[in-house]
Design a protein around this ligand. Structure first.
Ligand SMILES: *[C@@H]1O[C@H](CO)[C@@H](O)[C@H](O)[C@H]1NC(C)=O
Ligand SMILES: *[C@@H]1O[C@H](CO)[C@@H](O)[C@H](O)[C@H]1NC(C)=O
Ligand SMILES: *[C@@H]1O[C@H](CO)[C@@H](O)[C@H](O)[C@H]1NC(C)=O
Length: 456
């Protein structure tokens, strides 16, 4: 729901839109598979790239930072356009600086806190690439998306996220000529929260109106946000998990300002559905389905299957529903069934599910206002895959794994989302207690329905 990505926690790093040459950019390999039928899969040589917000940026003429702690260097960055000319983003040392490694072929490990030469890095966000300069584009209609996860070392308060955002294939390089870095350096991010903490948007620095975050010494936010549709396949730790479509009124990456960003009291007037329509088994009434030793046993790795069914069973139909399965120890585990007063006992997401859920929980159905499941379907045809790990400086991840609103009555439907303590996700607490936390994603597959796993 509320999401604020922690950027680097050391003051010396910042970003720009030229290309720096201090560190060569080498994308860690993460091959995926495309399947047409069970046992008929082809490997693709994909890799990952680190988002530009995490990168070192300095003036093109030397090593001076363009941004320090929470503020821009006003000499290099008197305004957004000049700043983009003066500042360069550099290559990343994935392992040493960010704790991003590949433990085996097709697997990616993201460490939560990485101590490095400059201090430490908190969290990371990477995108899947088809080539050195282009993101791998996904069309998910009438398809299923499958991957394995190990959340056994990802405690309460953290979020290991796998999702799709409707970003440009080249990171905005061709649309915005002042962006010289592009997808190769992880530019062009957007999501349904229309984040305003992004330092460069549309080839310009987000300098205007920039202010430091009240509780994150290395983050801030500017006048502009960057919106686009988002399909959360997986937002989870070892005690909570949710999958959530977030459609937008706009198509593709779109810069917002003012009401359109849906900030604060404008939440239900913005371009995007920030709440989304979530399926969290605990919140939907099955409190013993997901966790250590439970139906889906989070102490061991498992497979997550997400199916995008269309109304006519073709790739060009309208999205009708989103199904979820798990596979663990070669056993297929159907998603938990809704057990909430006033709701049908289903185990998938559809417009009916969303309408009933919003009514049962007293939530605004902005999902329907923005166009519901069909609108999400239109936006699922040109998606970029995002893999991340993060902590939550806004509301301590309570919306995922504890009670939310925090002062809500947990006996009321929809308030309790997980068994975690409300303070466990306080960034100060979780960064100190669990710096070694990590998540491993592996075996990414895309294919026809029932082709990527043994559906029996
Ligand atoms: C700001 O950048 C200029 C170069 O554009 C540099 O001379 C100056 O030292 C920088 N200021 C700080 C505080 O880093
Ligand atoms: C968003 O709203 C909050 C208060 O509701 C305000 O503090 C913040 O500056 C706003 N941010 C933007 C980018 O408008
Ligand atoms: C996928 O398998 C399930 C049973 O596991 C079946 O109900 C469903 O119809 C299958 N879907 C397709 C498109 O084959």
């Amino acid at each position: 729901m509320v999401r604020l990505f922690a950027a680097l926690s050391f003051a010396s790093l910042v970003l720009g839109q030229q290309v720096g040459t201090n560190t060569a950019e080498k994308h860690p390999s993460m091959p995926m598979q495309v399947c047409t039928a069970q046992g008929s899969c082809t490997k693709q040589s994909t890799s990952v790239v680190l988002d530009s917000n995490w990168r070192w940026t300095h003036v093109t003429t030397g090593y001076t930072n363009c941004y320090n702690g929470n503020s821009w260097n006003t000499t290099a960055c008197p305004d957004g356009k000049t700043c983009a000319q003066n500042c360069a983003i550099d290559g990343a040392d994935y392992e040493k600086t960010y704790g991003i490694t590949s433990p085996s072929s097709g697997a990616l490990k993201l460490q939560f806190v990485k101590t490095n030469d400059n201090g430490k890095n908190i969290g990371s966000r990477v995108y899947l690439m088809a080539s050195d300069t282009k993101y791998r584009m996904f069309d998910l209609l009438n398809k299923e998306f499958t991957f394995d996860v190990d959340v056994s070392k990802l405690p309460c308060g953290l979020n290991g996220a796998v999702y799709f955002s409707e970003m440009d294939e080249d990171g905005g390089l061709s649309k915005f000529p002042t962006n010289k870095a592009g997808a190769k350096y992880g530019t062009g991010y957007c999501d349904s929260q229309c984040p305003t903490d992004i330092k460069f948007i549309n080839g310009e620095a987000n300098v205007e109106g920039w202010g430091g975050s009240a509780n994150d010494a290395n983050s801030g936010s500017g006048k502009y946000g960057t919106c686009c549709a988002e399909m959360d396949i997986w937002e989870a730790n070892l005690d909570a998990a949710a999958y959530t479509p977030h459609p937008c009124k706009v198509t593709g990456q779109t810069r917002c300002e003012g009401v359109d960003c849906g900030n604060g009291s404008d939440r239900y007037s913005g371009m995007c559905d920030k709440d989304g329509c979530d399926f969290n088994s605990f919140r939907m009434g099955d409190q013993s389905y997901y966790g250590t030793g439970m139906t889906v046993d989070t102490s061991k790795p498992f497979t997550i299957v997400t199916q995008f069914e269309t109304d006519d069973g073709t790739d060009t139909g309208n999205l009708k529903q989103i199904n979820r399965f798990y596979v663990q120890g070669s056993k297929v585990i159907p998603n938990s069934v809704v057990s909430v007063q006033g709701m049908d006992p289903v185990n998938h997401i559809s417009d009916d599910f969303c309408k009933q859920q919003k009514e049962a929980f007293g939530d605004n159905n902005y999902f329907a206002t923005v166009g519901g499941i069909a609108q999400m379907g239109k936006q699922l045809t040109k998606m970029v895959l995002v893999l991340s790990v993060w902590d939550d400086h806004a509301v301590s991840m309570n919306w995922l794994d504890s009670n939310y609103p925090t002062d809500g009555d947990p006996s009321k439907p929809g308030i309790a989302r997980g068994r975690c303590d409300a303070t466990a996700g306080d960034p100060k607490v979780v960064e100190a207690a669990h710096p070694d936390a990590y998540v491993i994603y592996s075996n990414i597959k895309l294919g026809a329905l029932n082709s990527t796993f043994a559906a029996n």
